[in-house]
Design a protein around this ligand. Sequence first.
Ligand code: SAM
Length: 271
Amino acid sequence: MVATPIGNLRDITLRALDVLKSADIIAAEDTRNSTHLLGHFGISTRLVALHEHNERIAAPKIIAALQEGKSVALISDAGTPGISDPGAILVQAVRAAGLPVIPLPGPNAAICALSAAGRDDPHFLFYGFLPAKASARRRELEALRELPYTLAFYEAPHRIVETVEDLLQVLGGERDITFARELTKLFESIHTCKLADAPAWLAGDPNRQRGEFVLLLSGAPPETEAGISAEAQRILQLMLAELPLKQAVKLAAEISGEKKNALYDLALQLK
Ligand code: SAM
């Protein structure tokens, strides 16, 4: 399993070059893409295709080659194979056949984004892609809403606007979001703002919606000192955005079951 660059070709590792040169076969997600990478490094190892649509069919052929004593390197289009990329099915099959699978660490977009985002949080949850369909996307986000960890998502440019709208709807405007865009490439940019300000930031310049994204969201806030849960805080914030303070507190207490006095104190702080 050979990790390859997520943009800047100089991020290839020395070990990856050694293995890609010396392997008998390279199984690649998109052989045309990989021809560019391999050509850049003067590597002419034979390529075969292994992508999400043929992984089950290709796996036995690769196992047969391994059993003949051949070495096979697996690469994806970018980054670490098997991470939001094909590879897991092949790995399972190879291991089940009693053959070794050797990981070569290297670039990964989520880790790259986290390293430069400066989040003071010892935990993160790597989620990868959310569903393309809005209803499924919101449902999955709702299941993540209470988690007190940084959340890392992958997103494509044509869905970035609608995904950010859903993040705002489901997680509320108070969390920080980091847009880590085009990492290691010419137009790399890393921007952090409140989720409430994110749609306007995206709309502010069409270039901000282009390219590849990692989105990092701060986790659910911890209980307040007065013991108000993250969910009650979220409800109170939603109510305060629409209603006068007293009415917001009353409704938030009814919906969340939290004590009115504690919510009132928190509402005064938030206002
Ligand atoms: N296997 C890869 C890895 O280890 O990161 C991920 C592959 S996944 C199919 C592709 C997604 O990763 C993109 O849609 C984007 O969300 C993210 N990604 C890949 N390269 C990136 C980059 N240079 N900058 C920001 N995000 C990137």
